[in-house]
Design a protein around this ligand. Structure first.
Ligand SMILES: [Zn+2]
Length: 248
């Protein structure tokens, strides 16, 4: 699955509580950031713009031109990792912007100038980019709900070591499953009948069976999933329990 800027499959995108689309790691981080922001400023942290499809990038480029709009296919909005924030963050000298520059950074968000490798400047103060490897949010248990939701994806990325969906490699899903395959190959090495998985990022039946085999090994008897190669709610629940027990 080749993933291109502005052409992310919908399976990679999560709708935030503010209505915009982002990749799972950025969306999870945004929700935490929004909670802290609301506590501090008594208002929501609004997103003016999140994921931008290639078609929208073309439209914006036609309307605004460079540098107000990036060249189509080059905006990190097209990777689902960038947000244009409102709520005061969009003003370079505001308290909200300063907050973003300290607290936002702890959640892995860096300003545009830094993402471009430039010196500090006031160009597009609203534009921030999420970098999972810089996100220092502590481990939290996820709810065992059988859904591969934002929190679970994030916990999984954490457990697998970071970065998984860093920078321009917005092929988040693919990278995630590759990391899972590598982890399972390590965990199950030497197990009778186990053939090392091809690390291709595809969550096929062999990968799911290996995952289920590993989960059966770390979970108590009554919580063990069936080894059927199907990535359904029961397997996700088992995965969530293993993550919560720090056994993945
Ligand atoms: Zn932007």
């Amino acid at each position: 699955m080749a993933v291109k800027n502005g052409q992310l499959p919908s399976s990679l995108l999560v709708r935030t509580s503010d209505g915009d689309l982002l990749v799972a790691s950025a969306a999870a981080s945004y929700e935490r950031l929004n909670r802290e922001f609301t506590k501090k400023f008594g208002k929501r942290l609004t997103i003016t713009d999140g994921y931008r499809s290639l078609a929208r990038q073309h439209d914006m480029f036609d309307d605004l031109g460079y540098p107000k709009a990036a060249y189509p296919g080059q905006s990190n909005h097209g990777l689902g990792i960038a947000c244009d924030f409102g709520s005061g963050v969009n003003t370079y000298t505001s308290a909200e912007h300063r907050w973003m520059d300290t607290v936002g950074r702890r959640h892995g968000w860096i300003p545009l100038w830094e993402s471009l490798g430039k010196k500090r400047n006031d160009f597009e103060p609203w534009h921030w980019v999420h970098v999972p490897s810089k996100d220092r949010y502590p481990f939290r248990k996820v709810s065992v709900n059988g859904r591969l939701d934002v929190a679970t994806t994030f916990a999984l990325q954490r457990a697998l070591g970071r970065p998984v969906t860093d920078g321009s490699s917005a092929a988040g899903h693919l990278a995630l499953w590759k990391a899972i395959q590598r982890r399972l190959n390590k965990r199950l090495a030497g197990t009778k009948g186990f053939k090392p998985l091809t690390v291709d990022g595809k969550a096929g039946p062999a990968t799911i069976r290996a995952l289920q085999t590993w989960l059966r090994r770390v979970l108590p008897i009554l919580r063990r999933p069936k080894v059927d190669g199907v990535f359904g709610p029961n397997t996700v629940k088992a995965l969530q329990r293993a993550l919560n027990a720090r056994r993945f």
